[in-house]
Design a protein around this ligand. Sequence first.
Ligand code: A2P
Length: 300
Amino acid sequence: MSETAERHSILLNDGNTMPLMGIGTYADPKTTPKGSGYESVKLAIDVGYRHIDGALVYFNEHEVGQAIREKIAEGKVKREDIFYCGKLWNTFHPPELVRPALERTLKTLQLDYVDLYVIELPMAFKAMEACKDAGLTKSIGVSNFNRRQLELILNKPGLKHRPVSNQVECHPYFSQPKLLEYCRQKDIVIVGYSPLGTCRDESWVNLTSPPLLSDDLLISIGKKYKKTPAQIALRFNVQRRVAVIPKSFNPERIKENFQIFDFSLTEDELKAIEGLNTNIRFVELKMWGDHPEYPFNDEY
Ligand code: A2P
């Protein structure tokens, strides 16, 4: 495996690149101490993370932006070393609201552009294309799209910029074999969210499946490499060229999650881990289950 901690990017279909390993920054704003996003992103950049996944609706985008800017000011990184992904929230889908929403994200971050801007449901893509043309984002992508919704965009007459990525739940218990195959054919990178199986907050997580990180197979493969089940779960995706954005605001775990470039899983181990797939999501977003574009009724 040729990826290293310093170089582990995947080429996107518009010529830009995305580091396969990133850090997620969503944490419940009601229970998370102020400043933990800021501290965690600063540490993550020191540890070597260059891909940061955030959103205006995480309510800590100002902290994330401050961390990035301070690391740039310190000379630790240049802006172009960082890959920041922002997200268009559902209430900003009318085309005239798309650019203002992205501009709000940029103002919150105090950055001139994001590297990737993704939308949740397929209505506002033309306005997203305009944001790329205006240089406010380097790339445009989507999140939680099923195959039919991706096709809707890809088959749009006059489509100017294809989505470069689709951010979806992806981990050994929900490894997305069919969507991954389809996205590979279409040159769309899968970014796996909840790659460690979420925080298991029962207010929004489907707890049908047991905790991913207590899985016997992940534990036993981990023993062989002196790695934790979390590192095995992350390595599994990165080795399939699925980008991962594990959320952690804990310094030791932020470091641990990045230590996945000094070993490789064998083909047999990858197959065995694929065998853990249950097709059961942790993140069902049931509160939007009656929306006509609710993405999770289709098989994939
Ligand atoms: P914390 O922020 O305290 O580290 P996911 O990215 O799959 O949604 O998982 C995020 C959850 O897993 C968070 O609750 C996070 O908590 C926890 N977590 C992150 N890294 C690890 C790890 N290496 N081992 C165990 N739990 C982890």
